[in-house]
Design a protein around this ligand. Structure first.
Ligand SMILES: [Zn+2]
Length: 66
């Protein structure tokens, strides 16, 4: 079970890193920008998912790709 636990731990670390990046972005005062289309990420989305790096449209496209 070690590899599974390690995977979970890595996920957690990735999540924290993403949240850190989001916090830095906010501290910079720069708007969050979608890494896919370069468009703005809605503040409402960032409130729900501070670690989001894509806009709602791109996130939906990615999730529909499965
Ligand atoms: Zn986008």
């Amino acid at each position: 079970e070690w590899s599974r636990l390690e995977g979970l731990r890595q996920n957690r670390i990735d999540q924290l890193a993403a949240i850190d990046a989001a916090a830095e972005r906010l501290a910079d005062g720069s708007d969050a920008v979608c890494t896919v289309c370069g468009g703005p990420i809605a503040p409402e989305r960032l409130e729900v998912r501070p670690e989001a790096t894509t806009c709602i449209d791109c996130a939906q496209q990615q999730s529909s790709l499965g």
